[in-house]
Design a protein around this ligand. Structure first.
Ligand SMILES: Nc1ncnc2c1ncn2[C@@H]1O[C@H](COP(=O)(O)OP(=O)(O)OP(=O)(O)O)[C@@H](O)[C@H]1O
Ligand SMILES: [Mg+2]
Length: 344
């Protein structure tokens, strides 16, 4: 992404990381609320935790001041969980942000560890059945949690942060997700010294090859038949383009619906799929999708929507849109959406 290309500490890097983290915050707020209100969504698939964790940590690291040290330790093991990658990422982000917020004057250490754990029948308790789990701990050297509020931190809208800084939804959302996947989140804290949040999630027996690199799909979106990427915001366009290219896809990117139409009409069979923004000046996402599908009814389309865009899933479906992404999608979300679309 742009961020990783710019020099750390440079003005450009600062500005970019601020823009990105603001965008992520806004997007996350929407997601938190959606995740909380949507009780069961179904659609669980095997998710490999290590790449997801590494990617999430590098995103989070980029948004932290250098006075906060982040250490991570991942033990050998099999860490495939039946879940929804976006939601699992949300657990990590919410706990990590709390850890960062607990550090006075932005100074201290956040330690992230991943190991396997077996819950034996004798140790099992009401929330955790016996079996194989992954154990993810996020530990901070922050202010800690005092006994008087310990019982309340998982309550929706409980926050000790100033108005505008916290909604009190981070922990209830994280816990809700973990519970839905058959896991729990536990907490230990020493006021003044720090806290450890531990996430247990049941793991799947490793199924080799199941989520392996989708070579057939990469070929399907290689140089000969690239992805057509459309977004009027240059920063988003180039960061998505790089994310896709690093994942092995070929991309043709354009900054307007008009250009997209022209280039598509020249050779409609050339593209493997189209990823377009919804709100753009001139020919917007809705109009673009209609016209593309008029030209080539089987063209797979992924729509990326920004904060405040209003389009229902129903409308998107009726337009022929196969997947929707909230902007800015991260690499994992992009790949997962492409994966689903190409699988038909
Ligand atoms: N690592 C931590 N160290 C100290 N206090 C914590 C930690 N994690 C959570 N808390 C306490 O629990 C409260 C609730 O956390 P939660 O994540 O649910 O909401 P929030 O962080 O206040 O707001 P939001 O996550 O919605 O932005 C926090 O306000 C804070 O008092
Ligand atoms: Mg929080």
């Amino acid at each position: 992404m742009l961020l990783s290309d710019s020099e750390k500490g440079s003005d450009q890097h600062e500005a970019l990381s601020q823009i990105l983290s603001a965008a992520y915050r806004q997007r996350d707020l929407v997601k938190q609320i959606l995740a909380f209100s949507r009780k069961s969504e179904g659609k669980l698939s095997p998710v490999r935790i290590v790449p997801l964790l590494n990617e999430t940590l590098s995103l989070l690291r980029a948004s932290l001041p250098s006075t906060i040290q982040v250490q991570s330790h991942i033990d050998e093991g099999s860490y495939t969980v039946l879940g929804d990658p976006t939601q699992i990422q949300q657990i990590i982000m919410n706990l990590f942000r709390n850890a960062a917020d607990s550090l006075e004057a932005h100074k201290g250490v956040i330690e992230v560890n991943l190991t396997n754990a077996r819950i034996e029948p004798v140790r099992a308790h009401q929330d955790l059945k016996p079996g194989e789990y992954l154990k993810l701990t996020i530990q901070d050297s922050g202010r800690g949690i005092t006994a008087d509020i310990m019982d309340r931190i998982f309550e929706p809208f409980f926050t000790t942060k100033e108005v505008g800084k916290g909604l009190g939804m981070g922990l209830p959302v994280a816990h809700g997700i973990a519970k839905k996947l058959g896991g729990v989140i536990a907490v230990e804290s020493v006021p003044g010294k720090g806290s450890i949040f531990t996430v247990f999630l049941p793991v799947l027996a490793e199924q080799p090859g199941e989520l392996g690199p989708a070579d057939d799909q990469r070929l399907a979106c290689g140089e000969a038949s690239p992805i057509l990427l459309v977004d009027d915001e240059k920063i988003i366009l180039s960061s998505m383009q790089r994310a896709l290219e690093r994942s092995g896809y070929a991309v043709v990117s354009v900054q307007s619906g008009r250009e997209a139409l022209d280039i598509f009409a020249e050779n409609p069979q050339r593209f493997c799929l189209v990823i377009t923004d919804l709100s753009m000046p001139g020919v917007d996402g809705r109009e673009l999708v209609k016209r593309l599908i008029d030209i080539r009814p089987d063209i797979p389309v992924i729509l990326s929507t920004g904060y405040g865009d209003s389009i229902t899933e129903q409308e998107a479906k009726s337009l022929g849109i196969r997947e929707m992404l909230m902007k800015p999608p991260n690499t994992h979300e992009l790949k997962a959406a492409i994966h689903r679309v190409l699988q038909g």
